[in-house]
Design a protein around this ligand. Structure first.
Ligand code: FAD
Length: 438
């Protein structure tokens, strides 16, 4: 197995994978820094607005988390509906599930409207319970969906083999409105749409410093009326809001193509995108080229400070999955890669207008392609002064001043990594906000 991102391999066929870096000084109405799904979504929203838009990225468009991701498009990212319900109550859960669902909708609309070739797969979600606690999680998710009026199908232990070729799961919940996508081809497709519509894009252009309305890269600078930062791993020299964000690492691998008989054994009712109820969960789905994409991690490396490049973790994940699903035991996996997903202490993004520089927006810590898509779109609409969205409500959910079980100052004593881990676990499994009483 070689260390190589499969989505980067699929870029080999495209005409222009990289734009030249920024050179010299330019002026613009809106500058977007960061071309992951969030920055791309913001730029797309500004098409036709009459604003001159410049987009810069230190990598290629989609080259960071977006283009490393597994491409599951589902409103369920790190926070399941039952967890949103506990934390925010019915109205809050509806709002925040609605954010991610809207993000999915925007992405699928973009793909269809602009005919982006990015291996869009219509695939139901299948959340697989493991053991007694996993079955409880499945039931809670079904109950939560009922409360909010969302449909789903529940499978008891004996029924699970009718949807997945395994006898070890204790139950499952399935629902639709979810998709799989090649996220790097999606990002590159949006890049082409932007270029066709007059957005200036500079890749290999890291913003190194920033003062007033001007940002500087190695070879150039941009002065803009409005600036939107949609960056990952933010450095303190760019913003003090880098404090809001840490990361979690996850690993992916892709197999050789499966034969039709093997696919039928694995997914008796057709391909689905699956993940299980473990804290560090295993996830898998079939791509359009019939390869099995498998992801997961372990406790030790999830919150590691730097990238872990050994195949050890994903080898273990694959081994465990093969133990559960006998038909995939002979399957060979050919490439693996990893990525660190930026996240906040409570797994909800931080989105703000910088109070000291009100012409500047930040979108940070989006856990999930749909969240990034929604938030990019949201800030761009704000830049356009579109009053259609309920600004106050979303800025409250995404405020940088949210409270966490272990306060920020404790990080200087116990370290960001440990405190973040506890805050993440608290937000996911325990946190109950005042609004949850509603
Ligand atoms: C291995 C892995 C699997 C995942 N699987 C899924 C999945 O299946 N489904 C899902 O919904 N989500 C998944 N995610 C999460 C998802 O990828 C992210 O939540 C999402 O891509 C965040 O988008 P973003 O635009 O906020 O950030 P990013 O995609 O990280 O984009 C930020 C951009 O900013 C640029 N940048 C940073 N600093 C600067 C600077 N100073 N100057 C210029 N540019 C800068 C970076 O180069 C980058 O392109 C996964 C992530 C990983 C790593």
């Amino acid at each position: 197995m070689i260390l190589q991102n499969w989505w980067f391999t699929t870029l080999l066929g495209i005409k222009e994978p990289i734009r030249p870096p920024l050179r010299g000084h330019i002026k613009t109405d809106v500058l977007i820094v960061g071309a992951g799904v969030a920055g791309l979504s913001a730029a797309l929203c500004l098409i036709g607005s009459g604003k001159k838009v410049v987009l810069v990225d230190k990598n290629i468009c989609g080259g960071s988390s977006t283009g490393k991701s597994a491409g599951f498009l589902t409103p369920d990212s790190e926070l399941e509906l039952s967890q949103l319900l506990r934390k925010y109550g019915i109205n809050g859960a509806r709002d925040l599930w609605g954010v991610a669902a809207k993000g999915v909708e925007i992405m699928v609309d973009n793909i269809q409207k602009h005919r982006i070739e990015c291996d869009l797969q219509v695939q139901d979600c299948l959340f697989l319970g493991k053991g007694a606690s996993g079955w409880k999680d499945v039931q809670e998710e079904v109950e939560s969906r009922k409360k909010l009026g969302y449909s789903s199908t529940i499978y008891e232990e004996s029924e699970v083999p009718s949807v997945i070729g395994s006898h070890v799961y204790s139950g499952a919940i399935r629902y639709s409105g979810t998709y799989g996508v090649n996220p790097l081809l999606y990002a590159q497709g949006i890049k082409q749409v932007l270029l066709d519509n007059g957005t200036e894009i500079f890749e290999s252009s890291e913003v190194l410093s920033w003062e007033g309305h001007t940002v500087h890269t190695h070879l150039g600078s941009v002065t803009a009326d409005k600036i939107i930062f949609c960056i990952d791993k933010p450095k303190p020299e760019i913003t003090k809001y880098n404090q809001s964000v840490y990361h979690a690492q996850t690993f992916l691998s892709i197999s050789e193509p499966l034969g039709d008989e093997d696919i039928a054994k694995l997914f008796p009712q057709g391909p689905m995108q699956c993940w299980d109820s473990d804290l560090i969960y295993t996830y898998f789905r079939l791509t359009g080229t019939k390869r099995l994409l498998v992801g997961g991690g372990d406790m030790i490396t999830t919150y590691a400070k730097n990238d872990t490049t050994t195949p050890r973790v994903i080898d273990h994940v694959i081994h465990e999955l093969k133990e559960k699903i006998p038909s995939i035991r002979p399957l060979r996996f050919t490439q693996y890669w990893q990525g660190r997903i930026d996240m906040t202490r409570d797994l909800v993004p931080t989105v703000l207008i910088d109070p000291e520089r009100p012409w500047t927006h930040f979108v940070l810590g989006c856990v999930g392609l749909p969240w990034g898509t929604f938030c990019g779109n949201f800030v761009a609409q704000n830049v356009l002064d579109d009053q259609a969205l309920d600004y106050e409500k979303y800025y409250r959910y995404f405020s940088p001043n949210r409270k966490f079980v272990i306060p920020l100052w404790m990080e200087s004593i116990f370290g960001k990594r440990l405190v973040f881990t506890i805050n993440n676990a608290w937000a996911k499994y325990r946190q109950r906000d005042a609004s949850a009483k509603s």
